[in-house]
Design a protein around this ligand. Structure first.
Ligand code: TYD
Length: 425
């Protein structure tokens, strides 16, 4: 049905949010030219017009100084600024869903070709585009670029963009238009330009173009490690990275993650429950998980989101199976009806010696019921994890968690993105 439908996207403000890089480069150029730091209102005006114009009109530079400022700006932009960029959350799922239905995708942008391709490549999106048409001299009209992007035998065609130029260009080229309001233009601007449809989120683009179509599947990731392995910090860092890459992240945890699960969590971590048997404990973790899988994890993955879960089944296998010595087999049997086949696509394990992690944990705040256990308990948990990793080398991404936080975050990001982007193609 969609075999010959083409959907053309503008880049800045539609697929990617580029202001961080643009502003940082403008500030850098201003500082090097001996000017005070431009205020936010001025920086905003840098998005869109030619740079020379901005340096002359917004910062009051002479023609010669504006040339020099532009050179300084570009030097930083081409190496660093280009990647100070984010893909709007939900864009990946929207593009993958359109492709799944057989639509052809393309880019039409006023940006020069080299940075456009490098940005798309960096985020692993270039391969999804069957045509990339960029302004050659910075002044090309959008309708001209759109005509250039469409093959002669194109059927239905759409232009999706955040500014009036995109909508007007699409109309002049005689194709359908969607104006997106999450970018740099307002809904009023887009409607005045004659936008046929308005999308307030990337998800709405998908709903307009392929109504009723199931979104491309998201992913289920978990992070595991001993208490004090630095999981909290690394989960936040990974959430930010995935968000920057255009994934819609659902950050959740176990035990907990749902209102019922959070109540179970309170029982589990309450220091007054010293008499809890190992079996009760294992069943309660499984009960929290049963609710979590059905109420939150599965629906989010089916909606195309990335679920990032702080602990999952492996924690039960390591803590109750290893730590409490119930045995991994029994714990997995207890959990079978809870997870019902739902397992993480990838599990990040923060590898740290149990003595070091416990020291870190106890220095931070009061330990809970689990953390008060003897060192031998934590040694068995660590051993349990190592056995799980040995048995599932494909599913685990193991990262040494004893070093520098930034370095650990970078390693996690690299492994997770490689897996996610690999699975998308
Ligand atoms: P939490 O405060 O979330 O610890 P952390 O920040 O280290 O993740 O408490 C969760 C505790 O519950 C933690 O000690 C590990 C334990 N746990 C199990 O024993 N089995 C399980 O299945 C899960 C999910 C957690």
């Amino acid at each position: 049905m969609n075999q010959n439908t083409w959907v053309l996207f503008d880049l800045d403000g539609t697929l990617t949010q580029s202001e961080e890089g643009i502003w940082n480069c403008a500030k850098h150029a201003a500082a090097r030219m001996g000017l005070p730091e431009p205020d936010t209102a001025t920086l905003r005006k840098f998005i869109g017009p030619p740079l020379i114009w901005s340096f002359r009109e917004l910062l009051g530079l002479s023609p010669e100084d504006a040339e020099e400022a532009q050179r300084i700006y570009r030097e930083r932009y081409n190496t660093v600024g280009l990647f100070e960029n984010r893909v709007y959350p939900g864009i990946r799922c929207a593009l993958r869903t359109l492709r799944k239905t057989g639509m052809h995708l393309g880019i039409v942008t006023g940006k020069p070709e080299s940075p456009t391709r490098r940005i798309l490549e960096h985020f692993g999106i270039l391969g999804w585009m069957e045509t990339v048409v960029c302004a050659t001299d910075g002044h090309a009209e959008k309708d001209h670029l759109i005509r250039q992007a469409l093959p002669a035998d194109a059927g239905e065609a759409w232009m999706v963009g955040d500014r009036m130029f995109d909508v007007e260009g699409g109309r002049k080229a005689g194709i359908h238009t969607i104006g997106v309001t999450y970018g740099y233009g307002s809904e009023e601007e887009l409607l005045n330009a004659g936008a046929e449809r308005i999308a307030h989120t990337p998800r709405e683009i998908m709903e307009i173009l392929c109504p009723g179509e199931a979104p491309a599947r998201g992913a289920f990731l978990s992070m595991e490690g001993l208490d004090g392995s630095g999981k909290g910090t690394q989960l936040e860092r990974l959430t930010d990275t995935l968000d920057r890459w255009g994934y819609e992240v659902v950050h959740t945890r176990e035990p907990g993650g749902t209102p019922i699960g959070e109540k179970i969590r309170e029982i589990l971590l309450d220091r007054e429950n010293a008499g809890m048997t190992a079996q009760t404990e294992a069943l309660l973790y499984a009960a929290s998980r049963a609710q979590h899988v059905r109420e939150k994890i599965r629906p989010a993955v089916a909606e195309g989101k990335v679920v990032l879960c702080d602990r999952f089944l492996d924690s039960s296998a390591a803590y109750q199976g290893g730590g409490r010595q119930l045995g991994v087999e029994q714990v997995l049997a207890i959990n079978a009806p809870a997870v019902d086949g739902t397992l993480p696509d990838l599990t990040v394990y923060l590898d740290i010696d149990h003595r070091k992690s416990l020291q870190r944990r106890c220095a931070a705040s009061e330990p809970d019921r689990m953390e008060m256990e003897a060192e031998s308990f934590h040694a068995r948990v660590e051993d349990g994890y190592h056995q799980l990793i040995a048995g599932n080398p494909e599913r685990f991404a193991v990262v040494n968690a004893e070093g520098d936080r930034d370095e650990i975050a970078a390693q996690i990001a690299e492994k997770v993105l490689a897996r996610l982007t690999g699975d998308e193609n």
